[in-house]
Design a protein. Sequence first.
Length: 275
Amino acid sequence: MPSWRRFHAQLADHIILIAGSLFMAVPIYTLFAATTHGAGVPMMPRLDMGGNALENYGRFLTSDYGFSGEVTALTMLWNSLLLGAGFASLKLVLSLITAYALIYFRIRFASLVFAILLLTLLLPLESRFLPTYEVVAELGMVNTRAGLIFPLVASGLGTLFFRQFLLTVPDTLMESARLDGAGPFRFFRDILLPISLPTAGALFLVLFVTGWNQYLWPVIVTSEESAYTLVRGMQFFGRASPHGLMLAVLAVLPPALLVILFQRQVVKGLFDGSH
């Protein structure tokens, strides 16, 4: 291909990418810009930044809201962080251990077990929330962080990713570890775990965003305002109110920034399994 054609092709690619990025980023920016102005400025999406961002968000994070007046935006932010991080961490640990057992241990009907695990992908929590809530209620975990996190962990998605990754690990690593006298636990800790970190890190980010954005299950399992997440707490404010816009910005920005900052690591971890 001639150099001028290559240049025009690259230019067109960059224009499309920039246009797509602006299409997704500008609405969020306009909402954030609207929340940085003083009280006398109409609360509407705008492009000009105000000088009251720190004051507005500082007051918003620490003020009491809700019908009880005992919950703050900072509390909801903390609950969202715990839900996202707890869900992602537990799911990673469970998925990696399960994939390790299916690949490296002689389990009868391992393929059948894996197929059953994959069936959980066809049964999301939204399709089974009534029996799940009954179990959570029987265990006394309603309005608790454990009740928010544990029911979301049961899925075969993480096991699928780790199983596919472990299948690419050369058998010579296991044979070398066995010759060195390493048992199953040491082989897992010293060899498989370090080389799985890129995949685990990428999957953690995807799962964190999934946990952070959960809405239906927190609505079902939490009735006390102290256990509300940011997404759950949006019912306190109108969509066009200043506090409603600030809560929407707080709910969108953390996962969006994580994806933007670590997108290259996510792609490499999920598809290459390396840095």
